[in-house]
Structure formats: structure tokens, C-alpha cells
Design a protein around this ligand. Structure first.
Ligand code: C2E
Ligand code: MG
Ligand code: MG
Ligand code: MG
Length: 292
């Protein structure tokens, strides 16, 4: 049977686990190749003030321009890298390309802070701060404050002691931290006071349902109040409509990000977005009312 079915003979002799292992191994090799061949690219999603016309930064989001499969998104390939040391190579690629982009924008007279997403593997590194500052020192014209690190709430909670030390030393070096997808970690909130975070990003799930789910609206209101009393910045992710944005301003949320404002952009499209972005009229009015 094995001979007859040729290539498929693995299916006969191997357990499902072996097959999965081999597939993962192949995927990892292929992804490592993609990093070396520069098949990756970054898109940049703007973060804006909800109360004035300022674009406060952009978030770098990785994509893979696969030669056969086309443009792939993190959801298509990140899961195979996530628990592997290859995640570190990915982050090194992302960080140095984000820093190169900051330099390029600086040359155009644009001073734009960039956020990057870091996974649990990188965060667990013993020498995280040394690793990161070493990468940054290769771009001496970029101030440390131009880079912000986003970590998932779930990764931060995995080792609170270590992570809080990492954030503290990054902070001392001038690099700021944001907590991504806040509200999805199912944890007691007391951990927040242990982490010297600068910013909390409210998960897009709460924004998606805020207009028709009164419970989500109350939770949102609570989160915004909480971050304010803890003296942290707060930004809402996943704003998809004008009305969601207006309501967030009413709730006192000062920053936002989402498809309604801008989709993740090619780097070359960022400067014109910055020039052209202005608040929708209803937001401007709400901002006036709310600050009165
Ligand atoms: P995230 O950091 O929470 O990023 C937000 C994701 O939501 C992005 O998806 C973005 O395109 C999408 N998004 C933004 N605004 C809206 C909106 O209004 N509505 C909806 N439905 N979606 C919106 P993307 O680019 O597919 O990234 C998914 C996740 O992959 C990111 O979630 C982040 O956790 C991870 N990721 C992205 N780039 C990197 C990276 O370079 N390194 C690592 N380790 N993770 C990354
Ligand atoms: Mg993020
Ligand atoms: Mg997020
Ligand atoms: Mg997310």
C-alpha cells in the first residue's frame, strides 16, 4: 500500500501528530526564509486624537507578501511562529524596519511615533531591554520615545513580576509600553497597578458592541474611568463608525484607532493621511460639549 500511494504513504504510517509536526516544521522553515528574503512588509495604522486634528502615531502591522499565496495577514501565519524562537527573529525584522521607516519619515519632516507588537516569547527574554536597546542603538537619530511597544494583556499576565521589571527598565530607557486588547485577559484588575504602563488599548470587541449592548457600554465607561484614575493614557481600538467615535468622546476617551479613521496604510500613504485628516463635524461638536 505504501509503495502504491507514493507521496501519500506518510498518511499510512504516521500518526496525525507526526504529520502536524512536519507541517509545522515546514512552515517555520518557510517563514524563516520569508524573513531572509524580505517577503515581509509593514502596514501602518494611524492613531488619532478624538478631540483635535492631531495624528499621534501609527501602529506597525506585519504582512507577508507570499510569492504564490498573495498578501497574507498575521492571522494567516502568526500562530505557527508565536511559541517559537522564530518570533524573536520576526520582531527583530519588524523593529529594525519600523525604525528605518521612522528615519525615512523624519527626512520628510514628519515626526511620527511608531508602535510595534511584541509577542510572549520576546517578552519572556531575560535580556529583553538589552536586546531592544541594542536594536535601537543602530538608529541613533531615532529618540527612544519614538518607539512604543504593545503587549497583549494575556502575554503580560503570564509572568507579571518579570514583565513589570521589563516595562520599568524600558521606561527608564525612554521606551513606552501599551497594553493591547485590554479586557480580553479575564483577570482581576489589580494587576494594572503593578505594571508601569503608559497606555491601555481597549479591545475592539467592546467598541463593536457599544451602541447596542448596554453592558458593553457600561464596561467601556468603567474602563475609561479606571485608566484615568490610574493616570494611564487610553485609546479605543476598532472604531468603525462615526457614531461609535462620537459616543467614545462623550465617554471621555481621548484617542482612537479604527477602520472609520483609517485602515492600515502603506508607508507611502501615511504622509498624505496626516495632512488630510480632520475630525468629523459630530466629533468636533461632541469634543466641545464634553470639555465644557
Ligand atoms: P492588534 O495589535 O490588536 O491590531 C489590531 C488588528 O485589528 C489589526 O489586524 C488591524 O488591521 C485590525 N483593525 C484595526 N482597526 C479595525 C477596525 O476598525 N475593525 C476591525 N474589524 N479590525 C480592525 P491585523 O493587522 O490582522 O493584526 C492582527 C493581530 O496580529 C494584531 O492585533 C497583533 O496582535 C498581531 N500582529 C500584527 N503585527 C504584528 C507583529 O509585527 N508582531 C507580532 N508579534 N504581532 C503582530
Ligand atoms: Mg496592537
Ligand atoms: Mg489590539
Ligand atoms: Mg488584537
Amino acid at each position: 500500500i505504501a509503495k502504491q500511494s507514493g507521496k501519500n504513504r506518510y498518511a499510512v504510517f504516521d500518526t496525525q501528530k507526526d504529520v502536524e509536526k512536519r507541517a509545522l516544521h515546514n512552515n517555520l522553515n518557510r517563514f524563516e526564509e520569508a524573513i531572509h528574503n524580505d517577503e515581509l512588509l509593514l502596514h501602518y495604522q494611524p492613531k488619532v486624537s478624538l478631540i483635535n486634528d492631531e495624528v499621534v502615531g501609527v501602529e506597525a502591522l506585519v504582512r507577508w507578501q507570499h510569492p504564490e499565496k498573495g498578501l497574507l495577514y498575521p492571522g494567516d501565519f502568526l500562530s505557527c511562529v508565536e511559541h517559537n524562537t522564530l518570533a524573536i527573529k520576526l520582531s527583530e525584522w519588524v523593529i529594525s524596519h519600523a525604525l528605518q521607516q521612522i528615519v525615512a519619515w523624519q527626512k520628510e519632516g514628519i515626526n511620527l511615533p511608531v508602535s510595534i507588537n511584541i509577542g510572549a516569547v520576546e517578552l519572556q527574554k531575560e535580556d529583553f531591554v538589552t536586546w531592544l536597546t541594542h536594536l535601537m542603538n543602530q538608529f541613533p537619530s531615532v529618540k527612544k520615545s519614538m518607539l512604543e511597544i504593545e503587549v497583549l494583556e494575556t502575554s503580560a499576565l503570564a509572568d507579571l513580576m518579570h514583565v513589570s521589571k521589563v516595562i520599568e527598565s524600558c521606561k527608564n530607557a525612554g521606551i513606552s509600553f501599551a497594553l493591547d486588547d485590554f479586557g480580553t485577559g479575564f483577570s482581576s484588575l489589580s494587576y494594572l497597578k503593578k505594571l508601569p504602563l503608559d497606555t491601555i488599548k481597549i479591545d475592539q470587541g467592546f467598541i463593536a458592541n457599544m451602541l447596542d449592548d448596554v453592558d458593553d457600554l457600561s464596561i467601556l465607561e468603567g474602563m475609561i474611568g479606571l485608566t484615568k484614575s490610574l493616570k494611564r493614557q487610553v485609546i479605543a481600538e476598532g472604531i468603525e463608525s462615526e457614531e461609535q467615535g462620537r459616543k467614545l468622546i462623550e465617554l471621555g476617551c481621548p484617542f482612537g484607532q479604527g477602520y472609520f479613521i483609517a485602515r492600515p496604510l502603506k508607508s507611502k500613504d501615511v504622509p498624505s493621511f496626516i495632512k488630510e485628516w480632520t475630525l468629523p463635524e459630530s466629533w468636533r461638536t461632541q469634543a466641545l460639549v464634553s470639555s465644557a
